[in-house]
Design a protein around this ligand. Sequence first.
Ligand SMILES: Cc1cc2nc3c(=O)[nH]c(=O)nc-3n(C[C@H](O)[C@H](O)[C@H](O)COP(=O)(O)OP(=O)(O)OC[C@H]3O[C@@H](n4cnc5c(N)ncnc54)[C@H](O)[C@@H]3O)c2cc1C
Ligand code: SF4
Ligand code: SF4
Length: 1581
Amino acid sequence: MLSSIQMHAPRVIYEYFRQLFAQVTNPPIDPLREELIMSLQCYVGPGGNLLELQPDLQCAKLSLPSPMLSSIQMHAVHNVHLYDPQWRSCSIDITFPREEGEEGYVKALDRICRESQNSVKEGYRIIVLSDRNTSFQRVPLSTLVACGAVHHHLVDLKQRLKVVLVVETAEAREVHHMCVLLGYGADAICPYLVHDLIGKLHRDNAVPALNMSAEQMIYNYSDACDHGILKVMSKMGISTLQSYKGAQIFEALGLDDTVVKRCFKGTATRIRGSTFYTLARDALAFHEYGYPTLEDQSIEPTNTPDKTAYNLREAGEYHYRIGGESHMNTPGGVVNLQDAVRTKNIESYRAYSREMQEQTNKCALRGMLDIAYEKRDPIPVEEVEDWTSIVKRFVTGAMSYGSISEEAHSALAIAMNRIGTKSNTGEGGEDSETSVRGGDSRRSSTKQVASGRFGVTGYYLTNAEELQIKLAQGAKPGEGGELPGHKVSESIAKTRKSTAGVGLISPPPHHDIYSIEDLKQLIYDLKCSNPRARISVKLVSEVGIGVISAGVAKAKAEHILISGHDGGTGAARWTGIKHAGLPWELGLAETHQTLVLNNLRNKVVLQTDGQIRTGLDVAVACLLGAEEWGFATTPLIALGCIMMRKCHLNTCPVGVATQDPELRKKFVGQPEHVINFFYYVAEELRDIMAKLGFRKITDMVGRSDLLKFRGDEKNPKMSNIDFTKMLHLTPFQFSAKIPQNFNLDLRIENQWMDEMMKAVDGDEHVRIEAKVSNTDRTLGATISSKIHAKFREEGMTKGSIHIKCNGSAGQSFGAFLAKGVTLELEGDANDYVGKGLSGGRVIIFPPKTSKFIAEENIIVGNVCFYGATSGRAYVRGIAAERFAVRNSGAEALVEGVGDHGCEYMTGGRVIILGKCGRNFGAGMSGGIAYVWDPEGTFPRQVNRDLVQLETMEDPEEIDYVKKFLEEHHQLTGSEVAGRLLAEWTKTLGQFVVVMPRDYKAVMEKQKKQKQVPQAGEIKELSNGHPKAHSNGHSNGNSNGIPPKNQIQKDTAEKIADLEDIVTDEEVAKKQLDKIRGFMKYKHKHDKYRRAKERSEDWKEISYRIDERELKTQTARCMDCGIPFCQSDYGCPIANIIPSWNELVFQNKWKEAYERLVLTNNFPEFTGRVCPAPCEGACVLGLIEKSVAIKSIECAIIDKAFDMGWVVPSIPKVRNGLRIAIIGSGPAGLAAADQLNRGGYRVTVFERSDRPGGLLTYGIPEMKLEKRVVDRRIDVMKGEGIEFRCNANVGHNVDALQLLSEYDSLLLATGATWPRDLDIPGRNSKGIHFAMDYLHQNTFSLLNSQLKDENFIDAKGKHVIVIGGGDTGNDCIGTAVRHGAASVINFDYHERLPEERGEDNAWPQWPRIFRVEYGHAEVVEKYSRDPREFCAKTKSFVVDESGHVTGINTVQVEWYRDENRKWRQREKAGTDRHWKADLVLLAMGYSGPETKILEDLAVKIDRPTGNAPTALARTPQTSYATNVPKVYAAGDCRRGQSLVVWGIREGREAAREMDENLTGSSLLPVTGGARATLYKKRAVAQ
Ligand SMILES: Cc1cc2nc3c(=O)[nH]c(=O)nc-3n(C[C@H](O)[C@H](O)[C@H](O)COP(=O)(O)OP(=O)(O)OC[C@H]3O[C@@H](n4cnc5c(N)ncnc54)[C@H](O)[C@@H]3O)c2cc1C
Ligand code: SF4
Ligand code: SF4
């Protein structure tokens, strides 16, 4: 995301920095499994001359085990002189006076640099840059700016090594912040504000579950930072902090050169951007948040006397939140795209495309670019190449089967095969069985070769059109990945050649790529394994990618993919997702440019991917140099993905990213959906091409001269952006590709081919003898590819080929060797022997004539048998480092190994008859190793994170090892094997078995299942390993290895699925499962009291479900990645539902309340009367009944009132401005509440005798008791809001006078102009508007409990209510309570269906048949549903006294006209007469009453004649009317609506008024606070 520049909101400066990472030129490190080579320890302090021996100076340094300092350590730093007077520290204040404004920023920087320089001169050894002086008057500089500036200043003066630079900061809090500080010179960091906050959390007992001291929590935070720093360093392949510190391993994105030159000298900043001035503005805006000139309403919600840290606004940084951070994926985008592809609706696609463009403008670099159409002449679109040829350049992203479901994976493959392009297996391999369904191929043309080498067999390679080496993974370059054990099903295990239930690690580095030469070798290996396939290399955009790509092209890659930083994110850490890599726009432009300049561009195909979503994105990528484009997220969305971001939990509710069989059933995607999506994108692209006058894609590639910068005048940060470097590319002429020359015809194997083919084609046993040299690389791969092409994965079973070689073999000897082929080598071999071994046999021994002792000498190089999947190997002699890394099925014997043996192994067996290097078995999750360890030194070498050591006791196992030794002895003449066999009973006890714990647990489980057979559940181990060990007795091994039968119980327990433990709902409630709660617990919501009982009184009809049930409901909430409940389809005020659901789940009711009132002023109203669109849009509604959101909301606020948490909170500051609000309904009340919090003096004018609007006199008592309204009004009065009732503005109060007396005026007068029926008999007695009926009833009820009889009584009457909405239903309920003789309700519309109709898909409000409370009461009392559908009232029948006695109706039918608009026509012969002596007209309201509007000269919409619909809205997003100072909100503005909409409009209008009156506003609106730019404003009194 590029929000640092594209968003107006203030950002911390760290966000401008993108972490660089290793790719191709050097490898990343795995900081978990290879932790032993990493360190954060640093010696800091002045150093002497390296060439002079001055022990006092050279050795007098401070040793810091970590750069993270606790506050106590910081205290020690300040007082270091007490420990050693030679060491003195000084503190430099990095704040500046607020009144200096933006100018103060650079002035302060100058001062800080000056003071640092003086401090060094004065002999201080530690300089502390501190922002502790921050106060209302003093604004802090960014710590990073200060640190970078001082660091570079001292470097320039050659003084930097004389001091330790420590930062004491309230600003830095995230791992990325620490890394940037260290990268720009900080030696140590004390993030004291985080420590203070942790202390507060502890004091507040906010995380009781942790049950630990504050010190421990702070320690854990620092420890987490340490690990994070290690992770970031490791991505660059840097192992010590000493090397990372000051190394500036970042690129700046959006920072001006002036800033970079001063503070971050030497850092690449290609598009320039924010200056010191804009940074200063951000600093001042942040300061305003902390020390508001007015009370900051975004931080302190209303009515919460005890404000806590929970009330910070929801920034939506990590999850989509309305009003928060912008994300590419929005609810609207998801919904429109799915509608477009499912219903082939071009309008929906256009809406999707528009929305994507809007998001792109906010979050992506290309959002700042426009296409310069004016530079070209358009052509007719018909002349542009066809969509069918364009889509051949579209590919789907590498999404593994395993990370997504089989259904989703196959749908993508089928779609891409149908349109003749490529889907990508991802790194998870592919089922070797031909996958054809309904004539469709499920085979992916692009097969990926990643570091994990999952299922990368010789056959897999042969069966591809393109082989893609995944060097970096989307947004997680250098991160690696991990598939948790619970996602590794039998089928995935089979595909990945591993064990079901055992986790799989894909390591950060490819262990066969440590340099460009290694990459070249792998490219060659793959080409030999499949000469037909195009070899692709996937890189991630970063600075220098051009040079890397040129190297990759020279290494003979035929295809380069430049991924953007925002590509796949599944397994990445947040620091990687947010801060590593660069947008593809920059990487692509740089790569294209460098390749053109080096004459390499026409040798490679250039592809790009990363959030490409529309035809416009494709066009921009094409103009920047790409000729193919990858799409990942969007095809998944087309298939039903709703961006839940629960991929890692296996609980994707739509069956896309899950392996759960039940959830997979919910998958609704079809290949057609993907095809439709690509069709739309291609057509959109064709339109753009036509406008640009391009007939062919190839004419367009690299035409960056047709792109131009699109500024945003309102955003000062963008004023300085400069795209010159990115857009001024060297002109390029696209031509046919020049093939890379691999010289395959020169391979030695070709000389033997005819002979070898006799075995392949004729089942013969062929033996070949040859001399080889180290230029003979990848021996055996060519014949293996032919074997795999013919015999597929199985290899050759009848014929055989035995090649006896003499000499020194080149790299990759026996790579991907197929079953049926033996490579015997008398001599030695280079690196990568047996890479990806696929069933073949490799035998290596030293020349018989050699004199050296084989078992003491290295005979094969590094990384042998990396990614081997099956086959056998016998190596007489020692293997160098990283032996059998990621082996998943091969069996190998060797006589010693270097460091990192058997790393990440998931299967197979390895026997080692000699010494092993360090870190053995790191990340080894499967397979077994047997190590002969006569001296008992081996255990020290083992990384025991995942493995345990055992003795060898199982007879089967003993037999296996012995036989292997015998074969080895026989095939290689191994002396050590001979000796061991000679003394077998003695040496047996010297073997150590390295057993991965999870693997063992799974095998034990399988063994138990076999003993207790259960139908259909017994399965053989997927990789054909021997059975699990039987328990045995210790044989007296002296290595301190625990007895083998001591299976780690905890591991076994960990493996158990919660599903298996929780059996029924009762048990489940006690140990609620939030992760799978939506599958386990049923929907329950507030209940109505029994109809018979409730219709006898006026008390509220519903009662709350109990707290336990509420908690169960909150456990059902999935905390969705995109919470549709709070989207535009859901809650209109964007209540932060997932957050308060989570808090209730955690029993934190008070915090839940505080979070709720951030967005909703009156939850007690909405919780009772809102129709809850949130529930209609809840994601759970896709597969189940929604979460009972409304019930939870109501319970939270009721509890808050009960507990006394809701008390008046009088604003601390008044700004002296006065507001008049006309109307006291939800809109007026919400605006009053907000403005009062903003410091305004608010007076509410209400024409009725009581405030509340329709809350009081519309919605009847049984739905919303008036004590609930009064309770709220009392709180508001207590906060200083003045209510003037019986003030009918325009009648007894002069509107214009109000306008002159108040600073602003808000009209919130509702829409009370009722719709009427102009039919015969309308003027007769007994016919009333519903509002008159309801109003009078409530009035009398409140004043006299209906005793004054001053209301329209329905008692004993035949009541007919005309109109089927809420008002109609309230009339029904009221009439029932009056004791009507009968109640009938005419509804003009058709009866709604029981289920959602096709045109009413989720997440729209479900238009389904409902029985509302009034209907149920009529059923109870009169034994019939009162509703008559399609009933059109024709006339009223009137008696001679002028009183109504009945109604004549006719039935209508509804149909769609030729424009698909609904129309109705009368049905002949359906006339009917109904008896009625009370008729209530409840047909809605057309708009506001107009007197006051006319008085003020406010414009009114009157589209159909005289009746007003609403006030004029200009523009739609504004609440200002045409009259200065006059605003409007609620039903009077938008027409008849809902309480929740009234609240929303009131809040938004309040903010707009505040903004206009004071220049900026901190008042929150929907979804929490909207961030604000700094504006100087007076401190009000
Ligand atoms: C019977 C009925 C039932 C409803 N049920 C529901 C429901 O269950 N759920 C739901 O969400 N919504 C419901 N609604 C809709 C909801 O009540 C309204 O959408 C909401 O109240 C509109 O709020 P408002 O502040 O814009 O206007 P109102 O609530 O109408 O308030 C406007 C106020 O302005 C006052 N006023 C008007 N002119 C003047 C003047 N010149 N001087 C002084 N005061 C003036 C009026 O007296 C009134 O008090 C219902 C509406 C009705 C009529
Ligand atoms: S206000 Fe309405 S839509 Fe919003 S959360 Fe509450 S019930 Fe749902
Ligand atoms: S309430 Fe529904 S939509 Fe909202 S976060 Fe929870 S599950 Fe998702």
